[in-house]
Design a protein around this ligand. Structure first.
Ligand code: FE2
Length: 478
């Protein structure tokens, strides 16, 4: 998920399921994202058709509380309208699966192939990304019609071609279909998170301070104490070459040399970020990378993206509405530049992506440990929450996948031996290996089962609208 990727990577209508079902989709599930091999959608869940329905349903559930007007607005080039996300993920299945595999295929609307193609040059013309908010028609309900049209054909195709368990079948043409559909599932997961990122930005600019998603009021608590977990380093494996689903940029597995390091067991909190601000963090050039300092001055950064000052109090826009900043929650919506400046101020640094991956394989708290409250109609495909929760003290690495993505000091570059897959899907990640920094982990808005230890999210270093936070690293051993 990222600049072009991110934004590309993701829309609602009145015909969507009721609000009540959203709470159900928030169910905590026995996460599969701790699997180093990383088949995050989980094998053995049933056939592809039922899995398709579940993935598609979450998109509509997330969009259901939003009005058609909410779904049309685009507040900056990186943001896409909700209805665009709903249509684009539908186009993805139409263009990459139905066009290739459905006998007698014909497009729903040929103009949709231009409107809802994100960045696939090899598929044809594209409507300018920065102008997606100009498109009042098709409306949110029209997009619902498009979704149902494609869903009907996808379900027919999947029932006919992949009727058994996900791992079954052996015909090469079925293997190709299986791979494309799995990619479509994960692509839609990415856009579910992007939908939430984007509507958060849209609602943040509305002076009425709308509440996108009503949520429970949680009393602020005392921040937990961060501890360091030490790692001896050495030659370790990084990447993912398993049979389970993973993106091309996670391959191939390769050896990396790590020096001894340590990593904080939780994310940096709002309270700690306030200390940075109070100590002149946004005013001291010596803390900043040159490009970051230019952003601070050019864009007048003085706090995380959604913070606003109200007298002596800082307030934060969330998907649950605007409220006072809670000191015990993890800081979120900071750029790579800000994360790096904070780490410098703290006398620490950001982890490399390889340190992060190794550390999580070694000492992550099994997500199952917190999953004893699982409930809801769909425990595999919900999100943790619309805003990251405060850490609850414990042992081992915490806030790994369920709070905020964690910036690393690693650029999004190809692993040794990386090759771009053939065809249009080869445009998915490889062409974004320039000018982007890797984030690891996952956020509260990341669909469950989507994240994994080897997952490489990426954004430009100045990006702030993702649910991005900070986990500190240190070279010094205590
Ligand atoms: Fe996309």
């Amino acid at each position: 998920m990222s600049a072009p990727t991110t934004t590309d990577r993701f829309s609602a209508s009145n015909d969507s399921p009721a609000q009540a079902s959203i709470d159900d989709t928030l169910a905590v599930h026995p996460a599969t994202h701790d699997s180093p091999s990383g088949d995050s959608l989980g094998d053995g869940l049933g056939d592809f058709a039922s899995e398709y329905e579940r993935v598609r349903r979450l998109t509509e559930e997330l969009a259901a509380p939003l009005t058609p007007e909410d779904q049309t607005v685009q507040t900056m080039p990186d943001v896409s309208p909700t209805k665009w996300h709903r249509a684009h993920v539908t186009w993805f299945f139409e263009a990459f699966v139905l066009a290739e595999h459905q006998p007698g295929f014909s497009m729903f609307q040929d103009t949709y192939w231009t409107l809802f193609n994100s960045y696939y040059e090899s598929v044809g013309a594209r409507y300018p990304r920065a102008n997606r908010g100009h498109i009042s028609r098709p409306g949110a309900q029209d997009v619902g019609d498009y979704r149902r049209h494609v869903d009907d054909r996808m379900l027919d195709l999947l029932s006919a071609r992949l009727p058994g368990e996900r791992s079954g079948g052996s015909r090469p043409e079925d293997d190709a279909l299986r791979a494309l559909v799995s990619l479509g599932f994960h692509h839609e997961h990415q856009h579910q998170e992007l939908l939430l990122m984007d509507i958060k930005h849209v609602l943040s600019l509305n002076p009425l301070e709308p509440v996108g998603y009503p949520g429970p009021r949680v009393a602020p608590g005392s921040p937990s104490t961060a501890s360091w977990i030490e790692f001896g380093g050495g030659v370790v494996d990084a990447g993912n070459s398993s049979d389970g689903f993973h993106f091309d940029n996670e391959e191939p597995t390769h050896a990396v040399l790590l020096r001894p390091f340590r990593l904080a067991d939780r994310l940096v909190t709002n309270g700690e970020w306030l200390e940075f601000m109070t100590d002149g963090g946004y005013e001291r050039h010596e803390l900043w990378l040159s490009d970051g300092w230019a952003r601070v001055n050019g864009e007048k950064w003085c706090s995380p993206l959604y913070w606003t000052r109200d007298g002596s109090q800082w307030r934060e826009h969330t998907l649950h509405g605007t409220r006072p900043v809670r000191l015990d929650e993890p800081v979120v919506h900071v750029s790579h530049y800000e994360a790096d400046a904070f780490a410098t101020w703290a006398g620490k640094r950001l982890p490399t992506e390889f340190e992060w991956e190794h550390a999580m394989r070694e000492s992550m708290v099994a997500p199952q440990a917190r999953d004893d409250q699982a409930h809801g109609i769909d425990q595999e495909y919900g999100i943790e929450g619309f805003h990251p929760a405060a850490d609850t003290a414990g042992t081992g690495m915490r806030q790994v996948f369920d709070s905020a993505w964690q910036w690393t000091s690693s650029a999004h570059l190809p692993y040794p031996g990386f090759t771009t897959p053939a065809g249009a899907v080869g445009e998915y990640n490889g062409k974004f290996m320039s000018g982007q920094m890797v984030l690891r982990g996952g956020a509260s808005v990341t669909p469950k089962g989507h994240a994994r230890v080897s997952y490489r999210n990426f954004f430009p270093p100045h990006a702030r609208w993702a649910f991005s936070g900070v986990r500190l690293a240190d070279t010094q051993m205590s």
